[in-house]
Design a protein around this ligand. Structure first.
Ligand SMILES: Cc1cc2nc3c(=O)[nH]c(=O)nc-3n(C[C@H](O)[C@H](O)[C@H](O)COP(=O)(O)OP(=O)(O)OC[C@H]3O[C@@H](n4cnc5c(N)ncnc54)[C@H](O)[C@@H]3O)c2cc1C
Length: 393
């Protein structure tokens, strides 16, 4: 694969760079640098989403007929990389990169025309209701039920670890519509409105004190028949399609490399050869990850699903994320040990940082990064997938 940018690709990169220079305000940059969680909160995330939508660059992973840009894999990568270098907010992927491909692949024409524009405009802000107590890695064991009612389904059960459910207007979820068949066959993919009676959201605070995930209780929630995506019982197939996109459609390396560059610019790192060596090793691994991600994008361009390689990407990216965030704390010494409970860590209400702003962010980032090897399928689960499907063990 030729990684040397062509003249046209350089021109595209300059166009993206120019756009970012013009549109990325200081407040947005500062907000991204001070976000210790996976996704930006809606105050900065949605501001950035609207800017990208106006430019027509929001749905760059979608097919052109639904509002995509028609960019080549390399252009997508260049865009991701420039966004990482410019500290652009990390948008919630749940509607844009997880639900939308499901809707345009499995949805009816009515579902496509109803949901896709609302994902772009952010009129709908989505959360993902897959995991349940006792059904995380073993997702097929989920117990939330959706029973046929007169004109739709009656949902009862509960979801856990639901990222941004407290901001969401809608949830896509898996529910059991048939308990008489093999567990995987009895699951369906349904959409629901978080404002419906019977939906209750309870916060879960993470290690660092952030409120990013929730528990969601569903008690006699009624949804219309049109809320079903695909066929009844097709939920497991759709979930596998979505999880492959979740694990592999994203480009992790650009942000990892940008964070490594920030670490390398720290003069304290130059004085600590052990840490400098660990950063250099992480950089090499992130560069190798970058090549793998480009290969997957090229595959997707040819219309092939990414497949089990996405497990490899998720495994390596998560491990690197934790290593980098751990080194960041160590480089800062005592200053890196501070943990303020205030949120957000940007804006006028944020308390003064002890020493530098970096030191205020390092510990919450490090603590939150522990979740990377759990969400979207834990490292153990990714290794099992690789063992079975790639190594044929
Ligand atoms: C920050 C965060 C955000 C999340 N956001 C969402 C969200 O928005 N929506 C959503 O639906 N879910 C979300 N999740 C849930 C996430 O997908 C699950 O936590 C994950 O799938 C693991 O499931 P579990 O927590 O039930 O752990 P378990 O499945 O109980 O696993 C516990 C431990 O056992 C290991 N283990 C389990 N089974 C096996 C096996 N077969 N072989 C080897 N080891 C095994 C696991 O690797 C893990 O170490 C989120 C989780 C986190 C931490």
């Amino acid at each position: 694969m030729n990684l040397q940018l062509s003249a046209a690709q350089e021109a595209f990169r300059d166009e993206v760079r120019g756009f970012l220079e013009q549109k990325m305000t200081q407040a947005l940059r500062a907000g991204t640098r001070a976000t210790p969680t996976v996704f930006a909160e809606p105050d900065i995330g949605l501001e950035w989403q609207h800017i990208l939508n106006q430019r027509g660059w929001l749905a760059y992973t979608w097919p052109r007929e639904y509002g995509g840009t028609g960019w080549s894999p390399m252009q997508r990568y260049i865009f991701e990389k420039e966004c990482a270098l410019a500290d652009a907010p990390r948008l919630s992927l749940l509607g844009l990169k997880l639900l939308a491909p499901v809707v345009y692949t499995f949805g009816t024409p009515e579902q496509k025309s109803h949901y896709l524009p609302r994902v772009l405009s952010a009129e709908h802000y989505w959360c993902q209701g897959f995991s349940e107590t006792g059904a995380g890695s073993d997702l097929a064991g989920l117990r939330t039920r959706a029973e046929r009612s007169n004109d739709g389904y009656l949902i009862n059960g509960g979801k856990i670890w639901t990222t941004h459910a407290h901001f969401a207007t809608h949830m896509f979820c898996l529910a059991r519509t048939d308990s008489t068949v093999k567990p995987q066959r009895g699951i369906s993919f349904l959409l629901l409105d978080m404002r419906d009676p019977g939906v209750t959201v309870r916060p879960i605070h993470g290690l660092a004190g952030d409120h990013e995930v929730n528990e969601v209780f569903l008690k006699n929630v009624t949804v219309p028949r049109e809320s079903l995506i695909g066929e009844e019982g097709q939920g497991w197939t759709i979930a596998k399609f979505l999880l492959e996109n979740e694990r592999g459609g994203s480009c992790f390396a650009p942000r990892l490399l940008a964070d490594i560059a920030t670490l390398q610019a720290n003069p304290d790192l130059q004085r600590n050869t052990t840490l400098a060596h660990r950063v250099a090793k992480a950089e090499l691994e992130a560069q190798a990850l970058e090549i793998t991600e480009l290969r997957i994008l090229a595959q997707m361009e040819r219309g092939e699903q990414p497949g089990p390689q996405t497990s490899l990407v998720k495994l390596i990216a998560s491990t690197l994320r934790q290593q980098i965030d751990s080194i960041a704390v160590q480089v800062l010494g005592y200053a890196g040990l501070q943990l303020t409970g205030a949120r957000p860590l940007y804006g006028e209400h944020c308390p003064e940082a002890e020493l530098t702003k970096d030191s205020q962010i390092a510990m919450p980032r490090y603590l939150n990064s522990q979740a990377w090897t759990i969400f979207g399928g834990s490292n153990e689960i990714q290794r099992s997938i690789i063992a079975k499907t790639v190594l044929q063990l």
